[in-house]
Design a protein around this ligand. Structure first.
Ligand SMILES: [Zn+2]
Length: 216
């Protein structure tokens, strides 16, 4: 009986990751479970400048949600790119469907969203996938994204997720688009350029952040 159950579970997993037409929003809890079981890769690959947030070292006030803005690079290629161009801009972490990779120490600020926001927030990039990528792969990348963001909120005792996009720019979670709109110092509109057209609202991402925040 036990053996039979294990075989059933194994085949369910294969089914979940191979049939994106059927498994979508209604089975998100199952997808989330699959993703959270995977260990995160946290590797500081470069000695970026160590500048304190405006409230001090180790005192970020929230997390900025980015997406890469171009869909032609892998996570590894984005990291290589940032290693070469960090003097212009760098973020703390990248996520795709497989992992979150932290490249800069989030105890210190990064340079990803202009001079007003940089001294306030941890910043993470969702790697954009090319058109035609399966929904399940996109969904798994959002799970990694949400899990990483929830973990940062906990790690730095920032407090529960609140969506600044809906509260005039004030909250623990803010998109780069809302930094442009409410704080200034930047003009980018990500991740709105990417997520909605692929069927994922910012509210959906926020709901997944909440899910992990209250379950990890
Ligand atoms: Zn951005």
């Amino acid at each position: 009986m036990k053996k039979y159950l294990i075989i059933m579970l194994a085949s369910l997993s294969i089914y979940l990751v191979s049939n994106d037409q059927i498994i979508f929003a209604k089975d998100v809890e199952k997808i989330g479970y699959l993703v959270i079981e995977r260990p995160h890769t946290l590797e500081k690959i470069k000695d970026f400048p160590k500048l304190p947030y405006r409230s001090g070292v180790g005192r970020p006030e929230g997390v900025i949600l980015h997406s890469t803005g171009e869909n032609d690079k892998t996570l590894e290629e984005w990291i290589s790119y940032e290693e070469k161009t960090w003097e212009n801009a760098f973020v703390h972490a990248f996520v795709d469907d497989r992992k979150a990779v932290e490249i800069a120490d989030p105890n210190y600020l990064c340079w990803g969203a202009g001079k007003v926001a940089n001294p306030r927030y941890v910043q993470v990039e969702l790697v954009e996938f090319p058109d035609g990528t399966s929904k399940i792969k996109m969904m798994q990348s959002i799970e990694q994204y949400a899990h990483y963001i929830a973990r940062v909120l906990k790690q730095f005792n920032i407090g529960k997720p609140t969506l600044a996009d809906e509260i005039n720019g004030i909250g623990t979670i803010i998109t780069h688009n809302s930094v442009s709109k409410y704080l200034g110092g930047t003009t980018h509109t990500d991740p709105y350029n990417y997520l909605p057209k692929n069927g994922f609202s910012i509210k959906y991402v926020f709901s997944r952040i909440n899910y992990y925040y209250y379950s990890i």
